[in-house]
Design a protein around this ligand. Structure first.
Ligand code: ZN
Ligand code: MN
Length: 476
């Protein structure tokens, strides 16, 4: 039978605040920092301590909620989610349950069949747990991460392929980075996915029984786990069986999902309102303040780049994918360079240099002003494109001014027709066989001869003049 997958995502996002959500401990790098250096009586659950909500964490959560078009609830409630695990010293996680901070938003994604709206059910605040490291014969507990603010964003089951789930997740990451609330550093686990997947016969409405795959830390493993579940569940149904409602893990090496435990229901956690925290109230003034500070979001920027700069959709998409890159582009344009040329130089040569050296746009020595200058040297005919590439490589290394490099190295383009004509004559004299074969109809040889002349001119000849002179002498 043909089955239609139905997928919903729960995304846990670490909010990049300075301090934890309910105490003053700093948020430290979960990979680099020494274990248990950012721990206090509150986040290690000493008796008699009380939580206090971090205002910045609430604001970050509001930003995300607003960016997703959610309603920011005037009152939301923290609750205790009770369970035991060694990385959770209190024996419960403070989370929002019945009344979350943000509700009913949506996100637009691109799919094979065009644009599609994915509804967002809710986004709620909670605290992260610590981290366990299993060594031989023991498990080590690191509480640096315990109490780091998390925003859990829950979608409706509106996605119907792993590719759609990935598009949703990638868009979300882009938005989070734009908002400055998350680094997007997936290797550090700052964004984690849980995928709810079920399948149903194509054409039917009733939802099938779903499984939940936990702890997916990359787009790739999320996509693979969903595809694995789609295939597995389809097979179970084809063989006349029933899908069990279970919580699963993902075995990266085997590329398989595995059952971790039977599915727990909300009531198993004995949720009840957190008695140590008052209801979280957001008034109009606070909401307005946060909204006023929202940056232009990727989608709006994309539309504006298309309209204002007449870029191709591809270029606009690449340039808005990162806020710093988009800002660099605009600044270069503001320095007088043509948008299309800036897009070409950035997505071509500049990104290539950045990839080779693994530096980000914030770290490069080429300023937007220098790139704009380089582009105008080309458009004014002072240097040709190949020379410009060489110069860009030089600026990239030294941060020097393009004009200075051109002068110092004598790279200025040769546009002197007589001089170029001389180079052409000497090449033609040196290669009589090639000239004969050109004249007997093998016109492709002209390109080879062009290359020889350019070499003679040490790459600096104005290519248009060179071609004209070459054709004149070959055909004349
Ligand atoms: Zn603490
Ligand atoms: Mn959660």
């Amino acid at each position: 039978m043909k089955y239609e997958p139905v997928i919903g995502l729960e995304v846990h996002v670490e909010l990049a605040t300075e301090s934890k959500i309910f105490c003053g401990c700093p948020v430290v790098d979960s990979v680099e920092a020494e274990p248990n250096i950012a721990v206090c009586p509150v986040c290690s659950a000493m008796p008699g301590t009380l939580p206090v909500v971090n205002e910045r964490a609430v604001e970050y959560a509001m930003r995300v909620g607003m960016a997703l078009g959610c309603k920011i609830e005037p009152v939301s409630i923290f609750a205790r989610k009770n369970y035991f695990y060694p990385d959770l010293p209190k024996g419960y996680q403070i989370s929002q349950f019945e009344e979350p901070l943000a509700t009913n938003g949506e996100m637009l994604i691109e799919t094979e069949d065009g644009e599609k709206v994915i509804r967002v059910l809710r986004a709620h605040l909670e605290e992260d747990a610590g981290k366990l490291t299993h060594v031989e014969g023991a498990s080590l507990v690191d509480l640096n991460r315990a109490g780091v603010p998390l925003l859990e964003i829950v979608s409706q089951p509106d996605m119907h392929s792993a590719a759609e789930a990935r598009a949703y997740a990638e868009n979300l990451r882009e938005i989070l980075r734009y908002l400055g609330v998350n680094s997007g550093d997936m290797e550090k686990g700052v964004i984690r996915f849980e995928a709810n997947t079920s399948v149903r016969p194509v054409g039917t409405e009733k939802l099938g029984i779903r499984t939940e795959v936990k702890n997916l830390n990359s787009f790739r493993s999320m996509e693979d786990a969903i595809n694995c579940e789609i295939a597995r569940q389809s097979k179970v149904l084809d063989e006349g069986g029933e899908v069990d409602q279970v919580t699963m893990g993902w075995d990266e090496e085997k590329g398989q999902t595995y059952v971790m435990r039977g599915k727990e229901d909300a009531h198993d956690y004995r949720y009840f309102p957190e008695p140590d925290l008052p209801p979280l109230k957001v008034d109009d003034a606070w909401r307005k303040r946060v909204r006023a500070d929202l940056p232009e979001l990727p989608r709006a920027k994309f539309e504006r780049f298309l309209a204002d700069f007449k870029l191709s959709e591809y270029d606009a998409k690449v340039l808005v994918s990162d806020r710093a890159i988009a800002e660099y582009f605009e600044e270069t344009v503001n320095n007088g360079a043509k948008p299309k040329a800036v897009a070409n130089w950035m997505t071509g040569e500049l990104f290539a240099l950045m990839n080779q050296t693994e530096v980000s746009i914030d770290e490069i020595k080429v300023t937007p002003k220098a790139l704009a200058e380089l582009i105008s040297l080309v458009s004014e005919g002072k240097i040709n494109k190949n020379t410009a590439k060489e110069v860009l490589g030089e600026i990239f290394k030294s941060g020097k001014n393009p004009q200075a490099i051109v002068e110092k190295k004598g790279l200025a383009q040769v546009s002197d027709t007589a001089l170029i004509s001389g180079f052409v004559s000497s090449v033609i004299n040196a290669h009589p066989d090639e000239v004969t074969s050109y004249r007997s109809g093998k016109t492709g040889v002209a390109n080879w001869l062009f290359g020889q002349v350019m070499r003679e001119a040490r790459g600096r000849a104005n290519p248009q003049i060179l071609r004209e002179e070459l054709m004149k002498q070959l055909d004349g």
